[in-house]
Structures are given as C-alpha cells and as structure tokens.
Design a protein around this ligand. Structure first.
Ligand SMILES: Cc1cc2nc3c(=O)[nH]c(=O)nc-3n(C[C@H](O)[C@H](O)[C@H](O)COP(=O)(O)OP(=O)(O)OC[C@H]3O[C@@H](n4cnc5c(N)ncnc54)[C@H](O)[C@@H]3O)c2cc1C
Length: 307
C-alpha cells in the first residue's frame, strides 16, 4: 500500500482527514480474505450520470462508478479484490492535483461499484470538472476514510441528523441497522431540507419507515404552496391543507427549522441504549447541530460523529 503524504490531504479541513485515518482492513475484508481495491488511488469508470431535478437552480448529479481492473489479462488476481467502503466513510477523488472528498450512499462489495450524490458548487473547480463527466470517463478514487464503527451487539439509540444532499451518506448507516434483524438499535433520522422538493431519497425513507426501529422527521422551513396566504407568509403553515396533502403515509414533516426544542422532542428517555449522534452536512451545520443535540438529547460528546 502507498504511504500517505501531506499532499494526500485535500485541505478542506475534513473532520476525518485522510492523514489521521490510515485505512485498516475491515472485518468484512478480513473474512472475505480479499484486498480492498480502493486503498490507493485507482481508476473507476462512470457507468451512469443522472441530473436530479429539485425545481430550483441547484444542480445535483447522481454518479455511479465501477472499478476498472488494470490490464486484466496481466492481472489474473482480479478476483482477489473487493470494494469495501463501510457506512459513514468517504472517498477522495483526485483530478490532477485537485482533491475533494465524496461520501458514497451505496456500494457493492463484490461488483466493486459505488454511487455518490454531488451538489455542484458555482465556480467550484471540482464541480466544473464533474459537470462535464460523461459515462465511460475514468476517474481516480482512494479511501475509505472515516472512523465510525457500529457494533450491532450493543443496543443503541442512534440519532442521525442530515442536511440537504448530505442525507446520501446517512443511508448506509440506516440500512446497516435495519437490514440486521438481530440489531436492536433504534434510529431517529432527522432530515433538514429547504422544502419537500429538496428531500433526496424520499422513496427510500418511506421504505425505512416500515421498520419497527426507524422513525424520521423532515424539517422544511421554506416549504411553500401556491396559495396567496402561504406565498405572502413565505412558507406554508404547519396545518396548511396543501402541505398536509403533499405528505405520504407514515411521513412526518414540520415547516420549521430543527432547533433545540424540536430536538428535545425526540429524546425518548424511556428507550434503553447508549445515545449516539451522527451529523452529516457542511461544517457550520455539523458544529451547530452537534452542540444543540449534545444538550437537547443528552448525548455524550464522545459519542458524536461528524461525517
Ligand atoms: C468528508 C466530506 C464529504 C463530502 N461528501 C460530499 C458528497 O458526497 N457530495 C457533495 O456534493 N459534496 C461532498 N463534499 C463536498 C465536496 O468535497 C466539495 O467541496 C464540493 O463538491 C465542491 O467542490 P469544488 O471544488 O467544486 O468547490 P470548492 O472550491 O470546494 O467550493 C466552492 C465554494 O462552495 C463552498 N462549498 C463547498 N462545499 C460546500 C457544501 N457542502 N455546502 C456549502 N458550501 C460548500 C465552498 O466554501 C466554496 O465557497 C464533502 C466534503 C467533505 C469534507
């Protein structure tokens, strides 16, 4: 494996810097007896590029990649590789000397494929590059980077707070709990978005809602229907019939920000298990939510994870 150098850091001040998180083989990789293909920069081919509509000028791309085995005929060991990106971990994309981290929301261990959701930033150098990528293009990624580990043997109350597109990396965290019938942990998924049109993966959230140990609440402070009253107010009222009609079965949403008192309403003191908090969003959001939630949900700061 290549040694990490200062130049491997993207300089974005990530909470989990690649330099502080030297990748160690996960239990899954050790059990499979294979090597993780992404431990050093390696090429992935773009299989699918989809532009998601959110009804605004925000540009969001869904990108699906597959690993490209180098000179397959000279590499008879290609079956010895897997792609292991554990939930809550990110990967680094390198284009020339430009490095940016991205958090996969789905990956396939054996097929060596992963997907990311990218919000293009106006005038961002990597955003400019990604706006132009097309299926068939090759890009280099390295990882996995992160320090979150979930122990399914221990019953926990897991609070996951997500902002906008950063809901993407929280999906594998939810799936790993719900897909394990022996995992008695409960998940509270608190999703912050401008309005319903900006809630990504809504269908998947509705599927999660069928599980006994999953609850979600959407916080949509700018949700607005076409009626004169809501247009004048700048957002719908919580009781607005149009807003209520736009919600689906088992979907809970508030036309407000997630603040200290709304966080406290999820405390559920009678539910047993250690409290864990995971926050996914930009650094300002992470800082604010981590501070509010440690107070309102009585989470030990040692159990706070910022993705
Ligand atoms: C651990 C980690 C994981 C990430 N995962 C994803 C991901 O899965 N999908 C994704 O789209 N992005 C993700 N990002 C952000 C991503 O790495 C890039 O910063 C982003 O794609 C913009 O890159 P750029 O070079 O185009 O612009 P930059 O030069 O990085 O930024 C351009 C401008 O946009 C601002 N900006 C950058 N990112 C954000 C943001 N998230 N929210 C608000 N303003 C921002 C910058 O402050 C700057 O003013 C992640 C960041 C970190 C630290």
């Amino acid at each position: 494996m290549e040694l990490l150098q200062d130049s491997d850091c993207c300089g974005n001040g990530c909470t989990n810097c690649i330099l502080d998180n030297k990748p160690r083989p996960s239990n899954r990789v050790l059990l499979a007896g294979k090597r993780n293909v992404i431990l050093s920069y390696t090429k992935f081919r773009l299989l699918r590029r989809e532009s998601l509509e959110s009804g605004s000028d925000e540009q969001v791309l869904l990108l699906h990649f597959v690993h490209v085995a180098e000179e397959e005929e000279q590499n008879p060991d290609k079956e010895d590789f897997v792609l292991d990106i554990p939930p809550g971990h990110h990967v680094m994309l390198r284009v020339g000397s430009l490095l940016r981290p991205y958090s996969p929301y789905w990956s396939d261990f054996l097929a060596k494929e992963f997907r990311i959701l990218v919000k293009l930033q106006p005038d961002g150098p990597m955003s400019r590059h990604l706006a132009d990528v097309r299926p068939g293009d090759l890009l280099e990624f390295r990882g996995p980077i992160g320090n979150y580990v979930h122990d399914p043997q221990k019953e926990k109350c897991i609070y996951i707070i997500a902002q906008g597109v950063a809901i993407a990396p929280t999906l594998p965290l939810v799936r790993q709990v719900l897909e394990n019938e022996e995992d008695m942990s409960r998940v509270w998924h608190l999703v912050c978005a401008r309005n319903l049109q900006h809630v990504y993966f809504r269908e998947e959230l509705l599927e999660f809602a069928h599980f006994w140990n999953y609850k979600s609440c959407l916080y949509l402070p700018h949700h607005q229907c076409d009626t004169a009253a809501c247009q004048e107010e700048g957002h719908c009222d919580q009781e607005c019939p149009n807003f209520q009609r736009s919600l689906r079965y088992k979907e809970t949403a508030k036309v407000s920000r997630l603040d200290a008192s709304s966080l406290a309403s999820h405390i559920n003191s009678s539910v047993p298990g250690e409290r864990i908090l995971i926050v996914a969003g930009d650094s300002g959001f992470q800082k604010t939510m981590a501070q509010l939630a440690t107070e309102s949900l009585a989470v030990d700061p040692a159990n706070v994870y910022l993705l």
